[in-house]
Design a protein around this ligand. Sequence first.
Ligand SMILES: [Ca+2]
Ligand SMILES: [Ca+2]
Ligand SMILES: [Ca+2]
Ligand SMILES: [Ca+2]
Length: 284
Amino acid sequence: MRDKIILLLAAGLVIMGGNKAAATSFGRNITIFDGSSGSGSWHGTNEDHETEPGMVGSQAWDLEGFFLKGHTLTMAGGFNFKDGVSQYPSFTMGDIFIDTNGSYGRPAAPPGYSAANGNFTYTGNFGYEYVVDLDPANETYSVYKLDNDKAKVETVYEKANESGNTPDDPSSNPWRYVEGGDPVSGFQGLTMTYYDPFDDGDANATDNGLTGGTHYALGIDLSFLTLAGHSDFVAHATMGCGNDNLMGRGTAPVPEPATMLLFGTGLIGLAGVVRRKRSGAGTA
Ligand SMILES: [Ca+2]
Ligand SMILES: [Ca+2]
Ligand SMILES: [Ca+2]
Ligand SMILES: [Ca+2]
């Protein structure tokens, strides 16, 4: 009996491990197309293979999508989240800003804001109530609540990317969090899911419909939204120039502790042993 249980649990772990390795889908694609497409293949109707009109259109500047699976938000792009583009070292990847009430972007710009070329710091949150402050180099992140009266954020370099005037056509701003947010307890210095770069043809690309060459992806935990009583959210991310503006809209689900899943799997395994033993006894 004990041997059987150990065998079943071992088999269960192998199956679970197999599932994990095969589960390359990042979940549902929740990307919002910004509606400001120009002509040509790089300013089309999909976010993958699209940068903002007038900007350099290439995989190196392409942000490809936000994906949601459970409470994990995954961001993918051709832009190198750790190293950026070598000729433009100042245009690093920005942070992930989260709106929780449907007001965000240029309509919610800070007092005194005006579009201008250059990276400028403003006191204000552009309507984003939270920021996931990414540290891709160390594969960690921290979450801050952004008070519009005291949080400081930095704008994108290219004025042409600050043109959004409606929630459906939001500005690329802000680029990154600077300081002044309130740390969200339990969400400081967390380890992100960082994927090794993958090419077209890799399961991570094909399972998520990503095209164009080399891709980068990272995942973060959105449970802080649910814990704070929020459900619907809008996510925003860009790089220092604002060459591409990535937006997503989703609903944060109730967190499911992994331990409950493991506990459940163990019970199913035990039930299988009992059932077998009973049926074996019946036929003997
Ligand atoms: Ca875009
Ligand atoms: Ca894009
Ligand atoms: Ca807002
Ligand atoms: Ca692409």
